[in-house]
Design a protein around this ligand. Structure first.
Ligand SMILES: Nc1ncnc2c1ncn2[C@@H]1O[C@H](COP(=O)(O)OP(=O)(O)OP(=O)(O)O)[C@@H](O)[C@H]1O
Length: 642
């Protein structure tokens, strides 16, 4: 979200920029929460009571301390005790200086109403109880007062409440910025509508969060009333029914669906554009229903040609072309750099399935990217000299029973974010005291750079490089490629944060030990769309489909296409550049979210799990640095200006 300055601070005009993965100073939207940008209250009565309590909270004494730099004893246990007291008292927010700690209440506390917005408007954070609105207010105030860019970095594990916090910041800024002008209102509506729209396209239920951000991986696509693309209920599609979970408590798919449609209208998507989006979703769902059988000669053949025919119809392509691209790879020999003869290599069932899945994923990914850029076109900043408030909300750290490539990527990006936090708070702050020759006893903290290196190093090869090497050996058999990966992993055994255990390997992440299963990893890493399938989309009679795949691969290029691991590394390094380099110039705020229990229970405070999060988030070190240092730090120029 960007906000451009007007003369008077409060009449700031709102505009927006959204980038995938929260790169640059922008709202990063992971996808797919409940459709509404502003979550629905639970029960009306309950909400009123909570609201009354909260208003009372302004007057009554709060539980524990609201800023943990004031704790008498600094230990993980004391932090835990304080958070517990407050959480049980309905006070989910606590500060460590300017860092906001948020413990997920798993219930509607009635604390995000318009009345609450008014209570926080224009207030310094020390005047009012801790709240995410206070972080939003101070970013907004600082942006206007100092004409400086701002960013809010939200971290925490999956289901801890990051997306919720990001939405509340957007809610607050939309409410306090701009005037009543209808064009400003239109932009505000658009900013808020980005939530249901982008969320609908990128989230799925996981064991750790009913609405977990996935971006293009593991999606539940539930639609009805789309007869024009031959669509039925979610039970009819392999992709949506495989999990055997068609209903999620608290989520009303029909309501969310209507909200998504409404959001599309607010953003300004034309009927034609909406239609093309649904067409693409239909292609993906039908691709998932495509079954390959083994022919007598051991190759793949499509079980039901009717499905291929329908996919070809949706892709506005020719059935024979689609059938061939899905079951045969066209190879071309090369001699001394010259093109040789061309011949057809039939695919086996495993290869055909991989191609089908890669096509479905590529369409989904490119569609999501298209939606993000389309939203940005609608919301592009309307004035020059705009300042920014960026809100970064990424997918949270994940540990499952079965952890695979997806968890490795997610957890790697979380490691990078932790690095940024360390860099900007613990390390930079301590270095500043040394630089300023202020007497300082160094405070030790765990630097997770060693884990980042373990995953991303090129030389000696880290996990991603080992995966790429194994993929490059081009084993047609995924099991053989996985074995090659296991062999290469042995080279990492000297790293104290790694342990190779046959078909599994253990990474000691900053947030906990995760055991990854090797099976299928090389296949997921390849994730490349073979040229024949790209030719199908490029040859479609439909300009929208062609537009989703603008870059045709160069058939003569010797460079191997980037793997999924390469892409996630590139994204993480963008994140690093944008945040560490650009946002160092902006004033960062942090929200560290905590998940109180695995059962989404509003009453269970799981001491062990929370203590673990307190430790790995480095809250104790954060308090120590903050307490030993100066409470107010600003440059001399700014002090004078003020
Ligand atoms: N402040 C809050 N008040 C009420 N409920 C909340 C709050 N924060 C989170 N929740 C509840 O917890 C659920 C999970 O939160 P959220 O989706 O924000 O987690 P996340 O950290 O973004 O997870 P992931 O990394 O998996 O995307 C929400 O759907 C909501 O039900």
């Amino acid at each position: 979200m960007t906000a451009a300055n007007d003369e008077a601070p409060r009449s700031t005009v709102l505009a927006g920029v959204i980038r995938q993965c929260g790169i640059d100073m922008a709202i990063s939207k992971k996808a797919g929460k409940g459709a509404s940008g502003v979550p629905k209250p639970e029960k009306k009565g309950a909400s009123k009571v909570a609201k009354a309590d909260w208003k009372e909270g302004f007057k009554k004494k709060q539980a524990g301390v609201s800023d943990m730099t004031l704790l008498t004893t600094i230990s993980n246990e004391a932090i835990n005790e304080n958070l517990q007291k407050r959480w049980q008292n309905g006070e989910i927010y606590t500060y460590i200086g300017g860092v906001l700690i948020s413990v997920n209440p798993f219930k509607d506390l009635g604390i995000y109403t318009d009345t609450m917005v008014q209570l926080y408007k224009g207030k310094n954070r020390l005047e009012v109880p801790p709240h995410v609105f206070s972080i939003a207010e101070s970013s907004y105030y600082n942006m206007n007062a100092y004409k400086e860019n701002q960013c809010v970095i939200i971290s925490g594990e999956s289901g801890a409440g990051k997306t919720e916090a990001a939405k509340r910041i957007m809610q607050y800024i939309a409410a306090v910025s701009g005037g009543q002008d209808s064009s400003i209102q239109q932009v505000k509506d658009m900013v808020l509508a980005t939530n249901p729209l982008l969320e609908s396209f990128g989230c799925a239920k996981t064991l750790r969060n009913n609405n977990s951000s996935r971006h293009g991986k593991y999606l539940e696509l539930m639609f009805n009333a789309q007869e024009s693309f031959g669509l039925q209920g979610p039970e009819a599609y392999a992709i949506t029914s495989r999990s055997n979970c068609l209903e999620v408590p608290g989520i009303d798919d029909v309501e969310d669906w209507h909200e998504t449609l409404k959001a599309m209208q607010v953003i300004g998507l034309s009927a034609q554009e909406q239609n093309e989006i649904f067409r693409m979703l239909a292609v993906i769902l039908w691709l998932g229903n495509l079954v390959f059988e083994e022919s007598d000669d051991g190759y793949s053949k499509i079980d039901d040609p009717g499905v291929t025919e329908f996919i070809a119809y949706l892709l506005e392509s020719d059935t024979a072309t689609v059938d061939k691209a899905l079951t045969i790879r066209v190879m071309e020999t090369q001699r001394s750099g010259r093109r040789g003869s061309v011949y057809d290599v039939p695919l086996n069932v495993i290869q055909a399935q991989a191609g089908r899945d890669a096509l479905a994923k590529a369409i989904y990914n490119n569609l999501f990217e298209w939606i993000v850029s389309r939203v940005n076109i609608s919301m592009k900043p309307r004035t020059a000299h705009s300042h920014l408030i960026g809100v970064l909300d990424i997918y949270g750290f994940e540990i499952f029973q079965d952890n695979s490539f997806e968890q490795l990527c997610i957890n790697y990006v979380n490691e990078k974010l932790q690095q940024i936090f360390i860099e900007l708070t613990l390390k930079a702050e301590q270095e500043e005291y040394v630089r300023e020759q202020i007497k300082w006893t160094p405070i030790k903290y765990f630097n997770n750079k060693i884990v980042c290196d373990l995953i991303e190093e090129r030389r000696p090869p880290g996990i991603f490089a080992a995966l790429n090497d194994a993929c490059a050996t081009a084993h047609a058999d995924p099991a053989a490629a996985d074995n090659a990966f296991v062999q290469r992993l042995a080279g990492l055994s000297s790293n104290a944060h790694f342990d190779s255990r046959g078909s599994q390997f253990l990474v000691k992440h900053y947030a906990g030990d995760v055991m990854y299963n090797v099976a299928g990893m090389t296949d997921k890493n390849k994730d490349t769309l073979i040229k024949d399938l790209l030719d199908v989309v490029a040859g479609s009679a439909n300009p929208f489909i062609r537009g989703l795949f603008p870059d045709k691969p160069d058939p003569n290029s010797k460079k191997r296409p980037p793997t999924a691991g390469d892409k996630i590394k590139a994204r993480a390094s963008c994140l690093e550049c944008a945040l560490v380099e650009n946002l160092m110039k902006a004033r960062p705020s942090y929200i560290r979210t905590i998940k109180p229990n695995e059962n989404r229970s509003p009453s269970e405070y799981d001491n062990k799990a929370i203590l673990h999060q307190i430790k790995y988030l480095g809250l104790q070190e954060n308090i120590r640095v903050r307490r030993a240092g100066f409470a107010y730090r600003n440059t001399f120029e700014k002090m004078v200006e003020r």
